[in-house]
Design a binder for this molecule. Structure first.
Ligand SMILES: [Zn+2]
Length: 154
């Protein structure tokens, strides 16, 4: 029996030959980055030996499922579409051969998120803050008006 898990959503399965018994369904957590980049980070940890071999795709979140380090599992092949052609990772081998740090840099450059400009949100928030200033402005006006009245006419 081998315990296979997903580091992204914490899904956990017990694999006993062809039988896959789900211990924790997981699937509620999603990667915070682009899926391809998040999947690559898991695979890079697996290549570095921090995680075991990639054994499949998580049914909960679609990220790689990994076994315990050194486990003897049928390996799963993962494909990444890089700007200069596809890259496949199969059984710990990259084809075409490439340094893992190089792949990280390429995927990061590919999936870098630019500034998310949302003018309508800014307009709404600006109006909301301006609206919140109205009671303060009325209070200040009332205080000055009363003070001016008392100083001049009392
Ligand atoms: Zn998962």
């Amino acid at each position: 029996m081998t315990e296979v898990s997903c580091v992204t959503c914490h899904r956990r399965e017990h694999w006993d030959g062809p039988e896959h018994h789900v211990v924790i369904a997981g699937g509620l957590r999603r990667p915070t980055e682009a899926p391809a980049l998040a999947a690559w980070r898991v695979i890079a940890r697996s290549l570095a030996g921090e995680l075991g071999p990639v054994a499949g795709e998580c049914a909960g979140c679609g990220m790689p499922l990994t076994g315990p380090p050194g486990a003897d599992l049928a390996t799963w092949s993962w494909r990444f579409d890089l700007p200069d052609g596809p890259l496949t990772v199969d059984g710990g081998r990259l084809s075409p051969p490439m340094a893992p740090a190089d792949v990280t840099a390429r995927l990061e450059a590919l999936h870098r998120r630019g500034w998310d400009l949302r003018p309508t949100t800014w307009l709404f928030q600006g109006c909301l803050i301006a609206g919140m200033l109205v009671p303060i402005a009325l209070w200040v006006f009332g205080a000055i008006y009363t003070a001016a009245f008392l100083i001049n006419y009392w």
